[in-house]
Unconditional design. Sequence first.
Length: 337
Amino acid sequence: MRKFLKNYWLIISLAFTASLLAGIFFIQGKQETKPDEKLLSIPSPKLPEYQVRVPLNYNDLSENFPEISRSELVYKVEKPSFSDQEAIKIAKNLGFEGQPEFKNFENKIYYDWADSQKNLSINLTEGQFNFNKNLNLNNNPSVSLPEISQINSIIESVLQEKELLVNKEINLLIKDKSYLKSFGLEYGVTNNPEEAFAIEVKLQYELKNIRFLENDITILIGDKNEILKLEYRSIFKNLQVLEAYPLKNKQEIIEGLNSLNSINYFKIINDYELTAEPQRISKIDFNKIELVYVKTETPQSYLQPIFFISGQAVLNDGRTAEVGLYLPAIKDEYLLK
């Protein structure tokens, strides 16, 4: 009888302990899934969409899903623009003096400078400018161009010297670089450095190892590191850290993708930019996911990470296209619809 009572109370004690531990784990689990009330809800990013009528295939992505970070910083930003003083300083650093020509086109303010050798147009409203030197393509003299391997440091040095690194928090990534040769009144790419009069470089912005998807700077470097052309597009002003926000996990990403019937990026391979309708796609396979920043068509007050899911599509005529879609990376409970 004593042995029975001893075992009885032992069983009761173990059952009580198990129930207590289960309750603790349940409470902790509920606390982990509860949204952090200290985090400010932010607007969901407004992204372009192309509706498609074919299923989006994520099988390869699901089977080879990479490790995703649990949280990333969100930034408070102001829409890009240039003040009068900033525009005049840019012009001076590019060799222009005097007052600009003023233009107001589609509610955008432009300052233009021009002389016999070069021209500059600054879009103050959107924080963009285009600079061009007049190229004598009929005469292709021997020039001293830098080695391709030296381009990174040379571009950074040139931009710093002319104080053109407007977003100083940002790193520049070189996405593409090529030698240019003149063909009569036109110019194009050559693989022979001896024939080249310039090097064209396309750069992307990067913030803390996350790249911006677009090429926002194009620069032509000529003889003795001279800037022949510079297309600059600012992406924001006054970057301020807001907070680290939790990101969607694999299950939430796959669930979000399965609810979509649209893509956000479409480019036919080995062809011009978007020349065919996405409705002509017969098959889409996605196989890669990457955390990026995207410059939205409508400027927003917050810079937040986006999942860029990319792959290939087959068109009805047999051509292939690069396709991609954007999925907000922040967990849905922190996004205002």
